[in-house]
Design a protein. Structure first.
Length: 185
C-alpha cells in the first residue's frame, strides 16, 4: 500500500509530535566570572544542543563569542552574540532532527529578530521574523519577551540574528520537538 505525500507528511508530523518536547532555559549558565567579568564563551551545550556563533568575524581577526545575559525584569538567563560591533548569528545545533522550534526572545527596544531553520544540507526550511522587538509601555515595566516559531520535517539547526551595531537579541528559552526514531528521512 502506498501513502500519498500529504498523508505521509501527516504521519511524520504526528510521530514527531509524539516525541517529548525539550526545553533549554540557560538557568545553569554562569553569567559573570570573578571580578564581575562577563562570561564569554566560544560554545555552550545544554541538553545536547550546541550553541555557537554561526561564523567567524568578517570585520576583525577576533574570535566570535557567545555571552550570557541576565534579564533584570524576570531573573531569567539568556544567550546571545557577544559581538557588539558586528552582528553574528547564534546557531543552535540539535542532537538529532527536530520538527518544530520555538524561541522566546528579549532584546534592545526596536531590535529586528530573525529565526531561521536549516536542514542537514544547510538549506533554509522555514523562517520567522519580527521587524522590531516590542518596547516597554512605561520605564518601570519589565522587558517584553516575544516568541518566534519555525517548523519543518527534519530541522538540524536554527540560527537567530537581527541586532545592528550596539543592539542585542537574547534567546531566553528554546523549545523543540525531536523527530521520533521511527520517522523516515
Amino acid at each position: 500500500m502506498r501513502l500519498s505525500k500529504a498523508l505521509w507528511i501527516a504521519v511524520l508530523t504526528a510521530s514527531a509530535m509524539a516525541a517529548e518536547e525539550v526545553v533549554v532555559d540557560f538557568e545553569n549558565a554562569t553569567v559573570f566570572l570573578a571580578e564581575k567579568k562577563a562570561n564569554r564563551v566560544p560554545s555552550y551545550e545544554e541538553k545536547g544542543v550546541i550553541f555557537t556563533p554561526a561564523h567567524d568575524p568578517k570585520q576583525t581577526r577576533g574570535k566570535a563569542l557567545l555571552m550570557f545575559f541576565p534579564n533584570l525584569s524576570n531573573g531569567h538567563k539568556g544567550i546571545g552574540s557577544a559581538m557588539a560591533t558586528e552582528s553574528i548569528p547564534v546557531r543552535a545545533t540539535f542532537p538529532g532532527p527536530v520538527s518544530a522550534v520555538e524561541v522566546k526572545f528579549w532584546g534592545s527596544t526596536g531590535v529586528p529578530a530573525l529565526l531561521e531553520a536549516f536542514d542537514t544540507a544547510g538549506k533554509v526550511v522555514d523562517q520567522a521574523s519580527l521587524d522590531a522587538a516590542p518596547a516597554r509601555k512605561a520605564p518601570g515595566d519589565p522587558t517584553p519577551v516575544f516568541t518566534l516559531k519555525v517548523s519543518g520535517p527534519r530541522i538540524a539547526y536554527v540560527q537567530f540574528s537581527g541586532p545592528r551595531e550596539g543592539e542585542y537579541l537574547v534567546a531566553d528559552e528554546i523549545r523543540f520537538a525531536p523527530v521520533s526514531e521511527g520517522a523516515t528521512k
